[in-house]
Design a protein around this ligand. Structure first.
Ligand code: GRF
Length: 203
């Protein structure tokens, strides 16, 4: 089973996937890593693991549609079973989402449906939220709104700052993302019109 990972930054979630693969815990192989940011550190992580690392700078395309078209081509060349958005900071077009509907997941730093969008840690703190965490979800046209597959939660302590929360959430992202990928690649996890299904049961 083949996985393509899309990144824009440090790629610590990509690293968690690489580590899982190296321990035979991913259920498949990462065949390519694609970044829209040329100096994303995740590209180095991919190269060090011997994975094809592709740079596709969005700035070089005149429209979102042109960029998404190029991205679709690169992805399809690698014939993935699953596409993982791991810190990919671009909003995707309807065409792109439709093309890969049901075989694309994202890791998001909040307990969805709470705190869709950016700056989740700061917003939880501003709201004096008691509970925070992260979610893996299928990607649909609604930004951060697709069916949730797996979540990890943690208590917010009064001493937490954006930085400490970010670190704690990140550690949990690294735990749940490889698990969700494995479930999918093993055929246990599916996307249906009603939502995500695990072993045939609606989550
Ligand atoms: C993570 O916090 C993820 O939830 C969000 O982007 C960040 C990516 O971090 N979507 P990294 O590049 O995997 O370190």
């Amino acid at each position: 089973r083949r996985v393509v990972v899309l990144i824009s930054g440090s790629g610590s979630n990509l690293q968690a996937l690489i580590d899982a693969q190296e321990h035979d815990r991913l259920g498949g192989e990462i065949v390519a890593v694609i970044s829209n940011v040329p100096d994303a550190y995740g590209l180095t992580r991919a190269r060090e693991a011997g994975i094809d690392a592709v740079v596709l700078p969005h700035r070089e395309y005149e429209s979102r549609d042109a960029f998404d078209g190029a991205l679709i081509k690169v992805i399809e060349r690698h014939e993935p079973d699953l596409i993982v958005l791991a810190g990919f900071m671009r909003i995707l077009s309807e065409r792109f989402v439709q093309r890969f509907l049901g075989r694309m997941v994202n890791i998001h730093p909040s307990l969805l449906p709470a705190y869709q969008g950016l700056d989740t840690h700061a917003r939880v703190l501003a709201d004096q939220g008691k509970l925070h965490g992260c979610s893996v979800h299928f990607v649909t046209e609604e930004l951060d709104g697709g069916p949730v597959v797996l979540q990890a939660e943690l208590d917010v302590s009064p001493e937490d700052s954006v930085e400490t929360l970010k670190e704690k959430v990140h550690a949990r992202e690294h735990l749940i993302l490889p698990i969700a990928v494995r479930w999918f690649l093993e055929g246990r996890l599916q996307f249906s019109g009603e939502g995500a299904r695990m072993d045939g049961h609606l989550l």
